[in-house]
Structures are given as C-alpha cells and as structure tokens.
Ligand binder design. Sequence first.
Ligand code: GDP
Ligand code: MN
Ligand code: MN
Length: 256
Amino acid sequence: MELHAVADLPEIRPGDDLAALIADRADLAEGDVVTVASTVVSKAEGRAFDLADFPASPRAREIAGRLEELTGDEKDPRFAQAVLEESTELLMDAPFLLTETRFGHVCVNAGIDRSNVPDHDLLLLPTRPTESAERLRGGLLATGLEDVAVIVTDTCGRPFRHGQRGVALGWAGMPASRDWRGERDRDGRELGVTVQSVVDELASAANLVTGEGADGTPAVVVRDWSFGDLEGSDQLFREVETDFVRHALREWEYEP
Ligand code: GDP
Ligand code: MN
Ligand code: MN
C-alpha cells in the first residue's frame, strides 16, 4: 500500500471544482482511495463565515460566560453561537464545548476551525460530509474511472488520549468498516467483537501525509489498498441508546 500526496493544489475558493483540481494533479488509477481534508471541502462549499454572522443568543452568551469564568480564557459568545447552530446536542459545556454535529460526529467546537482560513474568522465543517464525498467521487468517476473511493477527513482529538489524528467524516465508494466477527484468530478462536473502522484508519494514515501546517496538502491518494472479502458496514457513529460514554457525560459536570 502506498500513500501519495497530491501536490500543488491552489488555495481553494467557494465554488471550486475540487474533484477536477485533484484529478488534474493525481494521475488516479482504478482502486484508489482519495482522502480530502474537510478544510478544503468546506472552502469549496462556501462554509467560511465571520463571527459577525452569528449574533449571540442568550444561551450562547451564558455558555461563553461560564467558559470564561471556569477557564480564564476569553470566549466570544458568537463563537459559542456558531457551535450551537452546528450541533444537535451539547455534551460538555466546560472546560470546552463538546457537541454532536448535525451529521452525527461528536467533536470539540463542532469541528469549527480558525486556522488555514484566509479572509474569514471561521470555517465550519461540510454540512453533509458523506454527500460531499459522493459528489467528489462522482467528479472523479467522470474522468473515466470506475472504481474510486473518497474519504472526507478531519484532524480531531479523541477522548482518553493526547494528541490529534485524522478521522473520517464522510465516505463514498467503500464501506466505513470491515466486519471480522465470525473470523478466526491464530488460535482458531472465533472473533466476537472486532469491527475495524477502515475509513478512520485510512484517514489517520493520510493525515500523516497532509500535515497540519502551511506547507502540507489537503488531498492524498491511497494506492494498492484492498478492502478484501469481509462484510462491510456503513455504521461509524454510535447510536445514542448504546453510546454509554455519552450517557455518562450527560450526567457529568466540570469542576475546576
Ligand atoms: P483539517 O484537518 O481538515 O482541519 O485540515 P487542515 O486545516 O489541517 O489542512 C490540511 C492540510 O491542507 C494542511 O497541510 C494545510 O496546509 C492544507 N490546506 C488547507 N487549506 C488549503 C487550501 O486551500 N489549499 C491547499 N493547497 N492546501 C490547503
Ligand atoms: Mn479541521
Ligand atoms: Mn488537519
């Protein structure tokens, strides 16, 4: 398996045809998986905004005030407003905002970035990253290929661990995970629980290549990787009923 950076992509602007920009620079082959950082998907989809676009509601002001009080960091209530508007559930309001985004991904600040965004204050995540991945895939298939998958990624922290890594937000042309249940381990024991989150693993590998700073690239081609014969599934985000950590968080309150 090889990972290739797609070099020389320009600064992405609203309305850009990202699939064409990538296809022009990538020399894609059948079976490739193309990962695209959500940052540029958002830029192409016009998801850059200013704080002024989010007049703060009383709730946003209350949340920002509490955060400022507890952490000592200055919090703009309009930022809290943007996070609330992007989210369906506020899981933690301190010492940072942890929410479920409208498309089901749980992360800090609804994934809103304030870096790598020229001319604007905020870059929101794509509204429906799986639909973004499907559109990008459609654009790549239009170049004459038949078998290409796309993963829209973000760099994201995870609970229980320091540091950030690449995760998948949306995907198309491949299942999200590979189901090893019923397969045998080296001792012949049947695997009971292993469902491998393939799109996250590919997103993490690709994130090593994209980098985070000014001289990285938002698109990576994964070549000669194969899903194999196992069953696939498109479940990535846990259902609320069986998401027990979420239930615990709902009961928890931060005390400095
Ligand atoms: P995220 O992980 O999806 O939040 O994306 P990042 O902001 O970390 O960006 C991923 C990589 O793409 C970084 O190496 C950035 O330098 C690069 N990048 C971000 N925006 C652009 C852009 O508009 N054009 C190009 N060519 N690279 C970009
Ligand atoms: Mn991001
Ligand atoms: Mn990143």
